[in-house]
Design a binder for this molecule. Structure first.
Ligand code: BTN
Length: 268
């Protein structure tokens, strides 16, 4: 990836580092934050981008397969609270919506379209008062060995190169982050926008912990202003702050059918 080309398209200030290959861009950001704390590195907002990771990781301890041809991007951002993952999903959705018809957000922060999962987001930290946001986007569908249930940007007729995609994602996510920070890390001003891009409303779903314990079951009705998922069951409404959503059957109103797979970049 050409760092100068990305920088040329950036409209938001950030310190950008581009690497050919890295273990995990989240780990690289963590190392650079430690160096910054020791007075040697750039202060946030800091972004590290690569097209290959040797040890990419996803949510809930899963691996994130990161072959050449994807976009792996991490940011160090000031702020605190549990809603930054949702804010970042809004940014990525905005950046890619024009290229990917029907792209929406599966709570809390997966980006899905009819073809499958296009992007996953992993927020870690805090580290030295920053949260580390990792964004993985499937860009180029491989000739062989594509991940079942995964969508790729190359499936769509779009002309943007990886550098332009990277810049668009940075511009949009940094823009939403600034709005969230200005609202003192409150999600309330962004909640309506999130609802309008949310998938699976009206669907029967289960929410489970990382270890598989059932947290809630019911029909998804939306989110509240704190970003919690709302489910309705037997006339009662439940709000869930953390968990993994799976559909109780594979029929959805959006015409999107999750594949029966547990591979990381794909649908759960
Ligand atoms: C998920 O499980 O859906 C989240 C996947 C997040 C993957 C990204 S790729 C860039 C960053 N570096 C990592 O090791 N993980 C995140």
């Amino acid at each position: 990836m050409d760092a100068a080309l990305i920088t040329r398209h950036l409209t938001q200030p950030c310190h950008l580092v581009v690497l050919d290959s890295v273990d995990s861009t989240n780990d690289e950001v963590r190392r650079r934050l430690a160096a910054a704390d020791a007075g040697a590195g750039a202060k946030p907002p800091l972004a590290v981008a690569s097209t290959r990771q040797s040890a990419g990781r996803g949510r809930l301890g899963r691996r994130w397969e990161s072959p050449e041809g994807g976009l792996y991007l991490s940011l160090a951002l000031a702020g605190s609270g549990s809603t930054l993952p949702l804010v970042m999903a809004l940014g990525v959705q905005q950046a890619l919506a024009a290229a990917v018809p029907g792209l929406g957000i599966k709570w809390p922060n997966d980006l899905l379209c009819a073809q499958g999962k296009l992007c996953g987001i992993l927020v870690e930290g805090p580290v030295n008062d920053s949260l580390i946001v990792g964004i993985g986007i499937n860009i180029q569908r491989p000739m062989a060995g594509s991940i079942p249930g995964a969508a790729y940007l190359s499936d769509f007729n779009q002309s943007a190169g990886t550098e332009q995609t990277c810049a668009a994602v940075l511009n949009a996510t940094l823009g939403y982050w600034r709005r969230w920070l200005q609202a003192r890390c409150s999600f309330a001003p962004l909640a309506e926008e999130y609802r309008s891009r949310m998938l699976l409303c009206g669907e029967p779903a289960n929410v489970r912990t990382a270890t598989g314990s059932l947290v809630a079951t019911g029909h998804i009705t939306g989110i509240d202003d704190e970003g919690r998922l709302l489910l309705e069951h037997g006339g009662h409404q439940q709000a869930v702050a953390v968990g993994e959503v799976t559909l109780r059957d594979h029929q959805t109103g959006s015409g999107f059918k999750p594949a029966p797979t547990t591979r990381n970049n794909a649908l759960p």
